[in-house]
Design a protein around this ligand. Structure first.
Ligand code: THU
Length: 132
């Protein structure tokens, strides 16, 4: 990932967060996914009155990217108030496409404070299914 890609990813994750539909939790999440071909695909959390139907920002980003034909990713950025890491479901969802995806955690209250992690550290022992 180049420096330009990194700063684009951070900016777009913060922008996507502004689109979150989170009237129930009021916890707004933005995600931006850098594809191998250099595109950036975004997602935000979309909540529902039937709470369990809520979809996380990260899974929206992955689903949108896959629907556009992408399968290989270079990095994921997530923007939240506090710089929180992704939930377990989103870790497993991301692990479908990458073993060791770099993940940038952005605290939207202090966007210059970014912590870097990766999927291998966040999800050891992930579930793998060998198709028969
Ligand atoms: N949320 C995400 O978008 N990503 C995560 O990894 C964790 C949680 C959303 C779901 C819900 O809309 C809100 O944050 C509070 O859980």
């Amino acid at each position: 990932m180049t420096n330009d890609q990194r700063s684009g990813l951070i900016r777009l994750a913060c922008d996507a967060r502004a689109n979150a539909h989170a009237p129930y939790s009021k916890f707004h999440v933005g995600a931006a996914l850098l594809t191998e071909s250099g595109e950036i695909i975004c997602g935000c959390n979309v909540e529902n009155a039937s709470y369990g139907l809520t979809i996380c920002a990260e899974r929206i980003a992955f689903g949108t990217a896959v629907a556009a034909g992408h399968r290989r990713f270079l990095a994921l950025a997530i923007a939240t108030s506090g710089g929180h890491p992704p939930c377990g479901a989103c870790r497993q969802f991301a692990a479908e496409f990458s073993d060791d995806l770099p993940i940038l955690l952005i605290d939207s209250d202090q966007p210059s404070r970014i912590s870097e992690t990766n999927l291998r550290d966040l999800l050891p022992g992930r579930f793998k299914f060998q198709a028969p």
